[in-house]
Design a binder for this molecule. Structure first.
Ligand code: PMP
Length: 307
């Protein structure tokens, strides 16, 4: 289905019609992957539209830029405002936001100090991995592609170039008929999904891979860890060998786009009963409860659209 584009986008300080938000073909980022970005969701809650962890996401955007010495022409507060402005310009209430900063036109050398251009796009997006996946779960596979080794491409930055790895993992999985691919780190131990962090459940306790396993330090991952611990569910961060994907009672992946997506099989082997399990259900209930007014936001994670 062709994508329906929204009417407006924010680019370099102002709201523009979608079609006018263009860039030069010799922009540094197009050639070398030199961009950093975020994915953020705004939920339509009983208290009005709320952007989930807007400031934390935009702080991570600036941290990603810091790793690459990318000068940022705006502040976190200004990008927060741009996020609000573009949702309102498009009269959305439930939306996905995509702030992006990239090296633009101004030099062709790898170390060129080009100007940084910034855009914030927004659009309506349902569940990322398919229409019913939050209830039914997905079938995943372990990718033949591993994640980048430590001290090569920093996994802790959410940079455009990192998503060449994500594309290899996700496209291979789709080509083989799976809903998503799970990657191993260069150590051969578990890393994460193409665009999601992983949680395995053993005896009611959540196990998730550590930041040293070539993962993005996900904001949803942090939210799940916090909600679990505050509600009596244990969490262990640890290195995990691949075969534990086949041995766990339950398995799910988390991310802004994927939210809390159960995994019902890996490499054709059923996870537990082959259906989303009770701990996954409880985590979904706590997480989505934030946006339904059922889980108390003790953390200041919900940032109103109308601030
Ligand atoms: N890992 C990767 C590679 C991702 O792209 C994402 C999505 N940003 C995540 C994990 C989950 O991160 P978050 O919960 O902050 O969206």
């Amino acid at each position: 289905m062709a994508m329906q584009y929204p009417e407006f986008i924010w680019q370099n300080g102002r709201i523009k019609p979608w079609a006018e938000a263009t860039t030069h073909v010799m922009s540094h980022a197009l050639h070398y992957g030199s961009s950093v970005f975020e994915g953020i969701r705004c939920y339509d809650t009983p208290a009005g539209p709320q952007i989930f962890r807007l400031t934390d996401h935009n702080k991570r955007l600036f941290q990603s830029a810091k790793i690459y010495d990318m000068a940022m022409p705006y502040t976190v507060a200004e990008i927060n405002s741009a996020c609000r402005e573009v949702i309102k310009a498009n009269t959305l209430r439930k939306a996905y936001l995509r702030p992006l900063a990239y090296r633009g036109l101004g030099g062709f050398g790898l170390s060129a100090d080009t100007p940084t251009d910034m855009t914030v796009a927004t659009w309506e997006m349902g569940p990322y991995l398919g229409p019913d996946v939050l209830e039914t779960g997905i079938d995943a596979c372990v990718s033949s592609w591993q994640r980048f080794a430590p001290n090569t491409i920093p996994a802790g930055a959410k940079a455009g170039g990192n998503y060449l790895s994500g594309q290899l993992i996700a496209r291979e999985a789709r080509r083989l008929g799976f809903g998503e691919g799970i990657a191993l780190a260069s150590t051969g131990l578990l890393s994460e999904g193409a665009g999601e962090n992983l949680f395995l459940v053993f005896d009611g306790v959540l196990h998730t891979t550590p930041v040293a396993s070539a993962i993005l330090n996900g904001i949803t991952r942090h939210s799940v860890i916090t909600l679990a611990q505050d509600n009596g569910i244990g969490v262990i961060e640890r290195d995990l060998p691949r075969e534990y994907l086949y041995l766990c009672d339950e398995l799910f992946m988390v991310g802004t786009a994927a939210e809390i997506t159960p995994i019902r099989s890996v490499d054709g082997k059923p996870v537990g009963s082959g259906k989303p399990g009770p701990v996954t259900g409880r985590i979904q209930e706590l997480f989505f409860g934030l946006f339904q007014g059922k889980t108390e936001d003790k953390y200041g994670w919900l940032e109103p659209l109308d601030a």
